[in-house]
Structure formats: structure tokens, C-alpha cells
Design a binder for this molecule. Structure first.
Ligand SMILES: N[C@@H](CCC(=O)N[C@@H](CS)C(=O)NCC(=O)O)C(=O)O
Length: 280
């Protein structure tokens, strides 16, 4: 690739030397014809440019998101980790934009990533799209087995969503005890079997599983506060708790977390709206 790029550069140098004489700038490029061989070499050099050069010329990237959504945030973190510049468009979920409806007609949910004329929906699908489109700073491990393992845990965590939701929804003594016990059990499995003694799920650096579980580091604590039960603390889940601290210390994460008090107010409103009325 280096050779091809070098060739591209030397073709450009030759072209600059042989460019039509002009009395100054601007040069009239329309008078400047490339030989077929020059055009082919330049085309090849452009096609094989490394991903960081792609950033300079890539088609526009837009993200339709919602400020309080952990699903939007995992995409934001991925784009930031890759250094992909993008335009963020905040959606009003009570009055969805035509842009959202047009780009995700199936379920009209955020996040949606628009890349040039293509739209990708579903946060996990978007994360894989990002990782494949901009392969530098990989989010999934290289080896097939390691990728399969990361994908297993992502599926496991997503499928346990009902357990976490039951915890969020629990408000009577017995029901709350059961939901808390089940939540701790799931988190213990994640801690022991997926995280082990690593700093991050991705090893020394954060990877796709870290981004998927990222909501435990910022949103879960808010749910605990609303439910009035602490689960993810240093005494019950020491390694997972340390992971939440390490995760939030990564600059890209730290700089891209919604304000906690604003988030608490938002979820408080939603939480008390869904609880059964005390008058009933
Ligand atoms: N499975 C989806 C979930 C996305 C989701 O739940 N988005 C919510 C906001 S957090 C949404 O768009 N809600 C509006 C609606 O469902 O009408 C993903 O991972 O992207």
C-alpha cells in the first residue's frame, strides 16, 4: 500500500511539474489532461488509502439521537473512539422528525446513523457497521473465537434486559427482593465470566462489549437511586464496580456522558409516571 501511495504521490509530482503554464493562480485544471496511466495510478492510490485519510474525504456522517439515551451514547462513543467526525441531530421523540421517519421507517427509533445516502438503525448493528467501515482502533477483537465470545456476551447482556427492566419496575417488598436478587446474579455472571480480572471487557482498551454495557457505568446508578436499592457497589461486585470507574475515566467516555442531575430529573419524571397511583 505504501508503494502504491508513493506512486500516487510521484504521479502528482510529475503532474505538477508538467502542468500547463499559467500566469499565476488559479490554475485552469480543465486545460490539464491526465494520461490514462496517470489516471489509473491515482485511482488506485485513492482506493487503497489508509482509513485515517478516509476521514478527510468521507461522505457526511449524521447521527440521529436523543440526549438521555444510552443507545445513542454507545454510538457517540464508538464514533469518537474512531475519530469519525459527524453531525449530531437531536430528535424530539414526542414529535419525530421526517428525517427519522424516512431513515428508520420500520420502528422509527433512534439511534440512526446516516452515512452518505445510507441509513443504519439499531445501536448494535450501527456499532458493527462503524467498526467495519472504519476498521482502525478496532472495537471487536481480531481472532474469530474472541469475536464470537464478545458477541456471545453482547447477546447475553441484551437478552437479560428483561431482568434489569424488572428491577427498574419493582416497587413492592417481595417483588423488589426477587428482582434485586436476579439482577445481582446476572451482574455476577458478567463480572466473573466476561470481565474476569481484565481492566475492560475488551482487555487493556475498551471494546464493543464495554460500549454495550456502558450504561451500567452511568445510567444504572440512577435507576438504583430511583428504586432505592444499591446493587452495583464495591462490596457486592468489586470488579464490575472498578470497571464502571475505569470506563468513566476514559476521556472519550468522560467527555461524552449526559449530565447526571439532568438525567436523574428526566428518569425521575418517567419513573413516577409509570408507578401505579397511590390512590388506586
Ligand atoms: N434496540 C434499539 C433500542 C433503541 C431505543 O429504545 N430507542 C428509544 C430511545 S432510548 C426510542 O427511539 N424511542 C422512541 C420510540 O420507541 O418511539 C437500539 O439498540 O437501537
Amino acid at each position: 500500500m505504501r508503494l502504491i501511495l508513493e506512486e500516487g504521490r510521484s504521479t502528482l509530482r510529475t503532474m505538477l511539474k508538467t502542468r500547463p503554464k499559467s500566469n499565476g493562480f488559479p490554475i485552469h485544471f480543465s486545460n490539464w489532461k491526465l494520461t490514462t496511466a496517470q489516471a489509473k495510478r491515482l485511482h488506485l492510490a485513492r482506493r487503497t488509502r489508509p482509513p485515517h485519510l478516509e476521514l478527510i474525504t468521507m461522505a457526511g456522517v449524521k447521527l440521529l439521537g436523543f440526549w438521555a439515551s444510552p443507545f445513542s451514547h454507545r454510538v457517540i462513543w464508538a464514533l469518537k473512539l474512531k475519530g469519525v467526525s459527524y453531525e449530531y441531530i437531536e430528535e424530539d421523540l414526542s414529535n419525530k422528525s421526517q428525517l427519522l421517519i424516512h431513515n428508520n421507517p420500520a420502528d422509527k427509533q433512534i439511534p440512526v446513523l446516516i452515512h452518505g445516502d445510507k441509513a443504519v438503525a439499531e445501536s448494535l448493528v450501527i456499532l458493527e457497521y462503524i467498526d467495519e467501515t472504519w476498521p482502525h482502533n478496532p472495537l471487536l477483537p481480531k481472532g474469530a473465537y474472541e469475536r464470537a465470545t464478545a458477541r456471545f456476551w453482547i447477546k447475553f447482556a441484551v437478552e437479560k434486559g428483561a431482568t434489569f427492566y424488572a428491577f427498574y419496575n419493582s416497587n413492592t417488598g417481595e417483588e423488589q427482593e426477587k428482582a434485586t436478587k436476579e439482577t445481582v446474579e446476572v451482574l455476577k455472571i458478567i463480572e466473573e465470566e466476561a470481565l474476569g480480572d481484565e481492566k475492560f471487557f475488551g482487555g487493556e482498551d475498551i471494546g464493543l462489549l464495554d460500549l454495550v454495557l456502558g450504561w451500567f457505568a452511568h445510567w444504572f446508578d440512577i435507576i438504583e437511586e430511583l428504586v432505592g436499592v444499591k446493587v452495583l457497589d464495591a462490596s457486592k461486585l468489586p470488579r464490575l464496580h472498578a470497571w464502571t470507574e475505569n470506563f468513566k475515566e476514559v476521556p472519550v467516555i468522560k467527555e461524552n456522558l449526559p449530565d447526571r442531575s439532568k438525567l436523574l430529573a428526566y428518569f425521575k419524571h418517567k419513573y413516577f409516571a409509570h408507578l401505579p397511583s397511590l390512590d388506586n
